[in-house]
Design a protein around this ligand. Structure first.
Ligand code: WT7
Length: 660
């Protein structure tokens, strides 16, 4: 089995004996208030999954037309959920809350980096979303047309997502930190018809333009010919070139529209969104989620893992460009009628306590962030958070990468004052919502473990033949049964979907099993401990990057002959990126070239993909069949001894040369 390179090691977690019971007060009023109640739900789901999901779907979502069947798994791995039914995610997030007092409840609180802030009640958000929907329609965007969002963290990002869902135009949100080239690839792959963007956003106390990257994506290298319109939110109010006929200001086109736009009844399996994520090949995959199943999963998981109450103020620090932002800033909270906080900024030298200030100002009750952020806070010391009043908090969450027990304990102590349960939530872009997580009122927690699968989730630890592994044995994390929020396909490449997720591991009985790409173990209590990726994907500060993508970016530079990229453990970022590069004959690897190559990767993919270290070498360690031996490079990159079998190495002198 390829080794996982980050997170807790088997040795470190085997020593982890601490157990924290849910706070009694929270358990007493929780929706799921004990392990027995959790187990009862799991048994119900296992006994009759169709009845379990069907009842929940009928109870928790609004349906224009009821569904005829729950799961159609007749053509695995292509699942159909809730066939025959029609619903609308935007309706479930907005319209259904307008009938009663919730209409005037705050739906969205937005905090801008410079300190400006806005809030929207459900009624106001509904009106804004309707106006944006009508504006999209006025541009000729309708059901089935893919719309890309390339946005800073402004309220219009959430409004645009809900507007797309409302009119049945699937969205493809591209993280605003990706480069123009990366944006163009995604526009072309999705045959995107319109782009919604902003003139820029605020970062580290400065306005940073964004629109020029859209212009470049649409102009350079043949552009993206399918794009007809660009809708531009004015955020930084600097100079912004507008192409006549193609570009439209949001405030000119949207503000004057009618505030009524009926939600389009969508078939359960109509495409809701595409979100690109990295895999083990050079090309990112467009993960496809569909309407009803995704809605139900974002809705239920949000309700379960945060034990949501009507007076909660929920804040998830992710960017809407990632699945976490989709499911836990926008759709999960709004579908439940909760109040969600969106923050444009991040902690920065001028304001190290930025996050704690938001919590104090808005009296946040739930705080959901990434281990990499927690490790950074730990490093700068407790004096910063200690200056703020965080007594409003009642539940803390983490997501995106394994959390080391020390960071978990610090989070619980310094941010949660040992009052708030910590929910370590394991999931992926592909799973739509959380899969394995404590329930704050039910599950005793162990630092570093994401604990137990949610009801209905048949998670398992298996070997390459799909055989369940005994307690404490390492293996692959897999899911044995379909669940409503599962991805449905890879956009434009159903075979890749089948191959990457369902055929890597084929059990003897030929059943289909979802392979997540993570290595993990389960302890004697059934608790899951995720070690990290076992494929060629690295996780830098919770951002998922394919090593092959970075390699292709490097190789596209004229001086580079060959490149191999690996991850190495990093105290802050989880993993750092190390690139081994061989140059074209006659080229010399110096500091100037390193800077140039880093900038080149930044341009091809985005700043998050820039290697932390570039090592020039005359040749790369390969097997006789020409495969790069990454195991060796991983050991070298992290300064470890190269252990294990090196007999398949074609030229042993390569190893000696790399060691120096
Ligand atoms: C990969 C998925 C899910 C939203 C953010 C990332 C890693 C995620 C955890 C966790 C250990 C985790 C896995 C997974 N991961 N959450 N709680 N503990 N690892 O989504 O970009 O699709 O990445 O993130 O390796 O496969 P993503």
């Amino acid at each position: 089995m390829p080794d996982a390179t980050t997170g807790p090691t088997i040795e470190s977690v085997l020593q982890e004996q601490r157990l924290f019971a849910p706070p009694a007060e929270l358990a007493a009023s929780a929706r799921i208030g004990s392990l027995d109640a959790y187990r009862a739900l799991c048994s119900k789901a296992d006994l009759d999954p169709d009845a379990f999901w069907g009842d929940l779907a009928r109870r928790e979502l609004h349906w224009f037309e009821p569904f005829d069947s729950v799961l159609d798994w007749s053509d695995p791995p292509f699942a159909k959920w809730f066939a025959g039914g029609t619903t609308n995610l935007s309706f479930n997030c907005l319209d259904r809350h307008l009938a009663g007092p919730r209409a005037d409840k705050t739906a969205l609180i937005w905090e801008g980096e410079p300190g400006d802030s806005l809030s929207f009640t459900y009624r106001q958000l509904h009106a804004e979303v309707c106006k944006a929907s009508n504006a999209l329609k006025a541009l000729g965007i309708g059901k089935g047309d893919l719309v890309a969002l390339y946005m800073p963290m402004v309220p219009e990002a959430a409004i645009a997502m809900l507007a797309c869902a409302r009119i049945g135009a699937p969205h493809s949100v591209v993280f605003g930190g990706f480069s123009a080239d990366a944006l163009r690839d995604r526009l072309i792959d999705g045959q995107v018809k319109a782009v919604i963007t902003a003139d820029g956003g605020f970062r580290k106390d400065k306005p940073v333009p964004l629109k020029p990257a859209v212009d470049e994506a649409l102009a350079a290298n043949g552009g993206a010919p399918s794009v007809e319109h660009v809708l531009v939110v004015q955020r930084i109010k600097g100079d912004c070139a507008m192409a006549t006929g193609r570009d439209h200001w949001w405030h000119e086109l949207v503000d004057g529209q009618s505030a009524e736009c009926p939600a389009e009844p969508m078939a359960s399996e109509d495409r809701l969104f595409v979100l690109y994520t990295s895999g083990s090949t050079g090309k990112p995959k467009g993960v496809v989620h569909t309407t009803a199943g995704y809605n139900l999963w974002a809705h239920l998981t949000f309700q379960w893992i945060f034990d949501i109450r009507d007076d909660d103020i929920h804040w998830c620090t992710a960017d809407v460009g990632w699945i976490t932002g989709h499911s836990y800033i926008v759709y999960g909270p709004l579908s439940n009628g909760a109040t969600t906080v969106m923050y444009e900024g991040a902690p920065r030298p001028s304001k190290p306590g930025a996050f704690w200030e938001v919590i104090q100002k808005h009296r946040c009750t739930i705080f959901y962030t990434a281990p990499t952020a927690i490790r950074a806070f730990m490093k700068s010391g407790r004096a910063v958070p200690d200056q703020y009043d965080m007594s409003s908090l009642r539940i803390l969450g983490t997501v995106g990468e394994p959390i080391n027990p020390e960071a978990w304990m610090w989070y619980r102590d310094v941010i949660g004052h040992n009052r708030c349960p910590v929910v370590d939530t394991w999931w992926q872009t592909e799973t739509g919502g959380v899969m394995i997580s404590p329930l704050p009122g039910a599950t005793p927690t162990k630092p570093g473990s994401c604990t137990l699968p949610l009801p209905g989730i048949a998670a398992d630890i298996v070997d390459m033949d799909g055989v369940s592994q005994p307690a404490d044995a390492g293996g692959y994390l897999a899911v044995r049964r379909p669940w409503p929020g599962m991805m449905r396909t890879v956009h434009g490449d159903p075979e890749r979907f089948r191959r990457s997720y369902w055929e890597e591991i084929r059990p003897a009985d030929a059943s289909y099993l979802y392979f997540a790409g993570d290595g993990a173990r389960r302890d004697a209590d059934g608790y899951f401990w995720v070690m990290g990726r076992v494929d060629d994907v690295i996780n830098v500060s919770g951002h998922r990057l394919g090593t092959m993508e970075i390699e292709s970016a490097l190789v596209s530079h004229p001086t580079v002959a060959e490149a191999a990229v690996v991850g190495r453990p990093d105290d802050l970022k989880g993993e750092g990126i190390v690139a081994f590069v061989t140059l074209e004959a006659g080229r010399c690897g110096d500091d100037a070239l390193i800077a140039d190559l880093r900038a080149h990767v930044g341009k091809e993919i985005g700043p998050i993909a820039k290697p932390d270290e570039i090592r020039f070498t005359d040749s790369l360690p390969k097997t006789r069949s020409g495969k790069i031996m990454r195991r060796i490079l991983r050991a070298l990159a992290s300064g470890q001894e190269v252990t294990g079998d090196t007999s398949t190495l074609e030229d042993r002198s390569v190893l000696d040369a790399l060691r120096v």
